[in-house]
Structures are given as structure tokens and as C-alpha cells.
Design a protein around this ligand. Structure first.
Ligand code: SF4
Length: 252
């Protein structure tokens, strides 16, 4: 069985504990206008022209070869590290990679995922069996605005319950996006939500324009967003600290 990945990044010191190998899958069911990995939204391989050369986003890999790629770094996982599945939305691949997840667990390799968790529950049911740490985005919890990113608030909330019911370690990540995430109504809901679930940590990050070139190669224009100032970041940090949850502003 073949799956499509866009990149395998080695020796990473973020997105989970220790030294990690990050596997980026292609395909996402959301469509966030600020996405910094637009090449990972379409689940298929995509060709683009650059400097008169044809290149491709994504390549097919068998489960066996993906396992070999991950195990090449096994020595480094002794640092307490492991593999992080990202994307795109990595959970959409979890039926296809369940056998690999099983073998990684048998080898006692730590598994993290980075997810928006807005997926059918069948994928979350697989994840809770094997994943040690969930890094979950909090984006839009406001029903009136969730269609701006093709999400589903109720589906997300049900999946969150499932993850916490299984006592998983959870870090929430909030992209600081004006007009989408940082509306008064949405932020009020987000703070209440964090207070309800008390994750091990909340990470805040500003969106950036590093993906702009990739938008161009895909024939798309990256939307512009207002810069979020330190005052707003401090205010959010203080609100989260006041509900007794660890918070960190991370520079990406
Ligand atoms: S969920 Fe992540 S990968 Fe998917 S569109 Fe949004 S930012 Fe991009």
C-alpha cells in the first residue's frame, strides 16, 4: 500500500520530546487561508514549474519503506525522542498506517501527532491506541465562522473528548490569526475550552509568510494578514496563566 508524503525531516527538536523525525503527509480536509504548508492540502502529488524545471510536491512511499526511513534515526530516539506525524492532516492516513503504528509501539518508539482533529472519529479511535502525545490546534470554536476553514466544531469537540477520555498528553496550539481566531467571541470560547480541558501546555504562534513561494508555485496568492502585536500576545498569555495553564509563545 502506497501513501503520499511531502517530506521527512530529521533531527528536529520541536513537535514532541527529544530528537524527532517528522513525517509530513499530503492531504488536509481543512482550508485555512493562513496555511504555511499549502502543498500539503491536496492529497495527490502536484507538479509545478520552477526555473524552467518541472518539480513535484509529494512522493509515494510504501509502508515498509516509510518504516525503514523512520527507523534510520532509531539511535536518536534514545534521547526520549521519536516520530511525529504531521501534514496536512496526518490523521486522514491513520487507517493506512495502522500496521506501522503498531510496529513502532512494539519497538517502544514515542509517537506524536500534530493535528487539527477535525476528522471522522474512526481516525481518532486508531490514534488513541498508539499515539503518546497529541499536539492539537485550536482554531475556530465559533459555529458562525467555522465554515471559513471548512471545519466542524461539533466533530472537533467530540474528538477532543475522545482524546482526553483516553488520558493522553495534550498540547494545544493556537495560531494567532486576526479576524479568524482572534475575534472576541472566538477567544472567549477558546479560553473557556482551555479551562475545561486543562492541557499540559498551550503554545501560541504568529502566522508567517515563509510559505509564500509555495503558494506562487501552486498558482495561488497567499492572503495578507495584519501583524499581531505584543500587547495582544501578552493579554492572551495572561488570560491562560490566570486559569492555571502553562503557556508559551513560540517563534516559528
Ligand atoms: S489544518 Fe493545517 S495543514 Fe490543514 S489547511 Fe489548516 S493550517 Fe494547513
Amino acid at each position: 500500500m502506497k501513501i503520499i508524503v511531502s517530506n521527512i525531516q530529521r533531527f528536529c527538536l520541536q513537535d514532541g520530546p527529544g530528537i524527532r523525525t517528522i513525517v509530513f503527509f499530503k492531504g488536509c480536509n481543512l482550508n485555512c487561508p493562513w496555511c504555511s504548508n499549502p502543498e500539503n492540502i491536496n492529497p495527490n502529488m502536484e507538479s509545478y514549474r520552477e526555473n524552467n524545471e518541472i518539480n513535484t510536491y509529494g512522493y509515494e512511499i510504501s509502508l515498509e519503506d516509510l518504516e525503514k526511513e523512520i527507523l534510520k534515526d532509531q539511535l536518536y530516539y534514545k534521547s526520549g525522542g521519536g516520530v511525529t506525524f504531521s501534514g496536512g492532516e496526518c490523521l486522514l492516513q491513520f487507517e493506512k498506517i495502522e500496521e506501522l503504528l503498531k510496529r513502532l509501539k512494539e519497538n517502544r518508539i514515542n509517537i506524536c501527532i500534530e493535528t487539527a482533529l477535525s476528522v471522522p472519529q474512526k481516525y481518532v479511535d486508531i490514534a488513541v491506541k498508539y499515539v503518546d502525545e497529541f499536539i492539537i490546534d485550536i482554531k475556530i470554536l465559533d459555529e458562525d465562522n467555522i465554515n471559513k476553514i471548512n471545519g466542524n466544531v461539533q466533530l472537533y469537540l467530540n474528538n477532543i473528548q475522545e482524546v482526553f477520555k483516553n488520558n493522553k498528553k495534550v498540547i494545544f496550539r493556537i495560531p494567532l490569526v486576526p479576524n479568524y481566531i482572534l475575534t472576541d467571541k472566538n477567544m472567549k470560547k477558546i479560553i473557556e475550552f482551555i479551562e475545561q480541558y486543562k492541557p499540559s501546555k498551550v503554545e501560541l504562534f504568529k502566522i508567517h509568510r515563509l510559505g509564500e513561494k509555495k503558494y506562487k508555485t501552486l498558482g495561488k496568492i497567499m492572503p495578507e494578514f495584519e501583524e499581531v502585536n505584543d500587547y495582544i500576545i501578552n493579554e492572551i498569555e495572561e488570560k491562560i496563566k490566570s486559569i492555571d495553564v502553562d503557556v508559551e509563545y513560540i517563534k516559528i
